[in-house]
Design a protein around this ligand. Structure first.
Ligand SMILES: [Fe+2]
Ligand SMILES: [Fe+2]
Length: 189
């Protein structure tokens, strides 16, 4: 009987065998099961994001998710609200795309689209102060989810900087994060 592999033998991917790639896929599968833990860790780090607002980026995210949950949004939308600014520390100029990329295999196309474009749509609230077009989002006017993204920013983003708001703690959302990230539904490379 073959000994279970501890590592593969190859040092160039082109030399790998099927057994080795099956073994690596299993390793990756086990690792992916702890994705919710890593996401919650990354969210907790938003406590140390840039200052200036009356609340931290973590508190902003918790307010966003809490408001979505209180409005009766489904689990995907609540988790998307929780994660919508998770890209801030590593993708300061493309944070919407980063959050959307994390969510994409696990959520509907609609929720993915809303998160991917929330940065542009959110600019409605400040772009005109910099002599930029606050309505730049209207390039997507004909998209079926245009109004959903307008609503996301209005109800779960631009209004989530309130130091007097009582938000749910991060751990409240753990079961929802675990549920949404349990299995990818749209898988590609
Ligand atoms: Fe954002
Ligand atoms: Fe935000």
């Amino acid at each position: 009987m073959n000994q279970p592999l501890k590592t593969v033998d190859f040092i160039h991917m082109e030399d790998g065998t099927k057994d080795e790639y099956v073994f690596l896929t299993e390793q990756e599968h086990v690792y992916n099961k702890s994705l919710p833990d890593r996401l919650l860790d990354a969210l907790s780090q938003l406590e140390h994001s840039f200052g200036g607002y009356k609340v931290s980026r973590l508190e902003h995210s918790l307010q966003s998710a809490t408001r979505a949950w209180e409005e009766g949004e489904d689990e995907e939308m609540v988790v998307a609200a929780l994660l919508h600014d998770i890209g801030d520390p590593l993708a300061p100029h493309s944070h919407s795309e980063m959050a959307a990329a994390i969510l994409r295999p696990y959520v509907s196309e609609r929720v993915h689209w809303i998160i991917k474009h929330h940065g542009l749509f959110q600019a409605y609230y400040y772009a005109h102060h910099f002599d930029r077009d606050r309505n730049a989002r209207d390039v997507h006017k004909d998209n079926p989810w245009y109004q959903d993204c307008v609503n996301f920013c209005a109800n779960y983003d631009q209004n989530c900087f309130d130091p007097d708001f009582t938000s749910k703690p991060l751990e409240f959302f753990r079961p929802m994060v675990e549920s949404v990230f349990a299995e990818p539904r749209n898988f590609d490379y």
